[in-house]
Design a binder for this molecule. Structure first.
Ligand code: NAD
Length: 497
């Protein structure tokens, strides 16, 4: 049985005595590896190695830092199929979808290949007589990321390229459910020439998260995961004096107006609901059909959902894989059952799906629930499964009010052919990322990613310009070079010329 270890000081690290947990293939339900779980001592060893490495890395030239990122980018592209298969085997998503995840993550590396431009400072000449001011940004030191299972490569890639390119050393605590992608990326950094200790991986559960949040040698933490843990991480990290951004869960709503191209909207929303088995923070689990859009929209969904090919993620032709754990599968089935018992209409019902040859897999088929109401748990909670709930309302205003009543505010989309209503929606919806006829409006990496309300705790969004600000701090320098022959008199009053 393969044993997955930490990565500290530029190499795998395992003292052989640690607690372990099984890593499970979601398509079969069978164990594929065992994972070493860290503790506060491992975190401390990683931080010590990072502290030493960061002293030199933080002073390395921009040319040196960007050269590593250019090599990392090429290695990610060269190894994309190998990494995609690693992701698919532990997460369950299709290999094709995993390739897409790596490409989207690699966009952040593209962005930091131009970190020299993104970190250019500011300069003002002669702010007072003979006095100039300039501002520039410096790394924070040793920083950390704590990431979820659903994008084992992309979400860490939102963080570490920006943190490292701006001169920090980075400690990653990936999800314990699909840890191997992070080890693969650690080795790519080694091959790219990153000095030992600048990138570390410490595996674990709450004990390691708490050790990171409490460690005085870590200056900042970026977290992505569910809302209750995001709230906890932000509060504990801030109490320990750290800068924290904590991206939480979501329940993204798409509104379909009667003037939309209904077939187009249904196809886009179905892909947003069932892609990656609905296990995306920007998935579209809620569709709000306005007025006469509802019947034709649901008819299209019935056809589309029934046609999705479900199976193991590495089988050619499969469009949707299993859920991450048996517990997740059982929870999704329970939420669907509760909704149906309360009056929702199961237009397509994925409960009880069995994939031949994969009877132990965590499969749920695509499910469409019509006539869902706001009191149902399947609507109120983040289902995180291949379930699309359809709510029917009469007007645009009703739809907007429903979207804005959600405690989450990650993404939202409107499907319409009216520029006027689209513009109104964009301006009035309470969400951090909005799509117009685009179901999953994940920003490209030279913008920043982040939601509103309970989808993000903290001030900065991830990657792009806000990522650069998050992983650095600004210094403002006021300079004067007095003339030897014209001495400047010191005054007790503020200078005003
Ligand atoms: P999770 O919150 O269970 O785990 C996230 C990380 O926190 C993991 O590394 C895990 O080990 C750790 N963790 C779990 N429980 C903890 C606890 N009690 N105390 C301290 N640490 C703990 O999330 P998940 O199930 O891995 O991922 C799915 C969730 O992540 C969904 O809610 C999804 O919406 C969210 N997500 C959000 C975004 C976003 O950008 N907003 C992106 C991806 C995923």
């Amino acid at each position: 049985m393969e044993r997955i270890t930490h990565w500290v000081g530029g190499a795998p690290e395992d003292d052989g005595t640690a607690r372990t947990i099984p890593v499970v293939d979601p398509a079969t339900g069978r164990q594929s590896a065992e994972l070493t779980l860290g503790d506060a001592d491992v975190v401390d060893r990683a931080v010590r190695a990072a502290t030493v490495a960061q002293r030199a890395w933080g002073r390395a030239s921009l040319v040196t830092r960007t050269a590593v990122m250019f090599r990392l980018r090429q290695l990610l592209l060269d190894e994309i199929d190998v990494l995609a298969r690693i992701i698919s085997a532990e997460h369950g998503k299709t290999v094709e979808d995993a390739v897409g995840e790596i490409r989207r993550g690699c966009e952040t590396v593209d962005y930091v290949c131009g970190i020299s431009a993104a970190t250019k400072g500011e300069f003002s000449a002669d702010v007072s007589t003979g006095v100039d001011v300039h501002a520039f940004r410096q790394p924070l030191g040793v920083v950390a990321g704590i990431t979820p299972f659903n994008f084992p490569a992309m979400v860490p890639l939102w963080m570490h390229p920006v943190a490292i390119a701006t001169g920090n050393a980075f400690v990653l605590k990936p999800s314990e459910r699909d840890p191997s992608a992070s080890m693969f990326v650690a080795d790519l950094y080694r091959r790219a020439g990153l000095p030992d200790g600048v990138f570390s991986v410490v595996h674990g559960d709450k004990a390691v998260v708490d050790a990171i949040l409490d460690h005085p040698g870590i200056a900042a933490v970026s977290f992505v995961g569910s809302t209750p843990v995001a709230r906890y991480v932000q509060q504990r990290g801030v109490a320990a004096g750290k800068r924290v951004q904590a991206l939480g869960g979501a329940n993204n709503h798409a509104v379909v107006l009667p003037d939309a191209d209904i077939a187009f909207a249904a196809a886009q929303i179905a892909s947003g609901a069932f892609g990656s088995a609905g296990e995306r923070c920007m998935a579209v689990p809620v569709a709000i059909a306005v007025g006469e859009a509802a019947d034709p929209f649901v008819d299209e969904l019935r056809r589309l959902a029934a046609a999705v090919v479900v199976g193991p993620g590495d089988r050619p032709g499969v469009e949707m894989g299993p859920l991450i754990t048996a517990t997740s599968r059982d929870r999704v089935v329970e939420l669907v059952t509760q909704a149906v018992d309360a009056g929702a209409h199961a237009v397509v019902d994925g409960r009880g799906l069995v994939v031949a040859g994969y009877e132990g897999g965590h499969f749920v088929g695509p499910t469409v629930l019509d006539h869902v109401t706001t009191d149902m748990r399947a609507y109120r909670e983040e289902v995180f499964g291949p379930v699309l709930t359809v709510l029917r309302v009469d007007t645009f205003e009703d739809a907007l009010a429903l979207v804005n009543s959600s405690p989450f505010g990650n993404g939202s989309a409107v499907f319409t052919s009216s520029g006027e209503l689209a513009r109104r929606y964009v301006h009035e919806v309470q969400a951090g990322m909005v799509g117009v006829n685009v179901p999953i409006p994940v920003p490209v990496a030279f913008y920043s990613f982040g939601g509103w309300k309970e989808s993000l705790f903290g001030d900065h969004h991830a990657h792009g310009p806000e990522g650069v600000r998050f992983w650095t701090r600004q210094k403002v320098v006021t300079t004067r070079w007095p003339h030897q022959d014209r001495p400047v008199a010191a005054s007790m009053a503020f200078p005003n010329v």
